[in-house]
Write a protein of this length. Structure first.
Length: 178
């Protein structure tokens, strides 16, 4: 894929309608004519691009004021279609989008970040792990889940396993003494 969805900003601080955007990125070298391409959300709201080009290694921000696509803060799907109607890219997230964080591309994966980088390369200060779920189409979906929770859960799991092993060993000694 040369043109991809790069950043989704569904819940800006303050009024959502004044800051939401969907950003696409041309990771190729050549300019791409986007005439007739469209962005669509999970509700089916569409925006067809007119007179838009995107230079190679460049970003294009599509603001809510222009697209009239109002992004959901409680899970959203964003689709990018070519003028022929071919699905070019699709990104989904579940859970609540925290105010002031964007859902941004890092390589082939997406993470939540407090660094909103409209029109430029994404930056990450605090990553939130992704959970991949397979769908019938094989698409990835992302669930908001803090890194800290994973560390705590891992620690609890190790503690439970160690307690079980210790109990098992003790039960062998108790039976041996009887």
């Amino acid at each position: 894929m040369v043109v991809v969805i790069n950043e989704i900003f569904p819940n800006p601080k303050g009024k959502d309608s004044e800051g939401e955007f969907i950003e696409i990125y041309n990771n190729g070298k050549d300019k791409v004519n986007l005439l007739g391409w469209r962005i669509e959300d999970k509700s089916g709201k569409k925006f067809v691009l007119k007179n838009k080009e995107i230079q190679g290694d460049n970003f294009l921000s599509l603001k809510q004021e222009e697209t009239k696509i109002s992004l959901n803060n409680n899970g959203e799907s964003v689709f990018l279609y070519s003028k022929e109607g071919k699905l070019i890219d699709k990104k989904e997230f579940f859970g609540v989008a925290e105010e002031g964080k964007s859902f941004a591309r890092k390589g082939e994966k997406f993470f939540w970040t407090e660094k909103v980088t409209e029109g430029k390369a994404n930056e990450f200060t605090e990553e939130i792990l992704k959970d991949n779920f397979s769908t019938a189409q094989g698409e990835e979906k992302y669930l908001v889940r803090p890194v800290v929770i994973d560390a705590v859960l891992a620690g609890v799991a190790v503690s439970v396993i160690m307690a079980f092993v210790a109990a098992l060993i003790l039960s062998k000694f108790i039976k041996a003494e009887e």
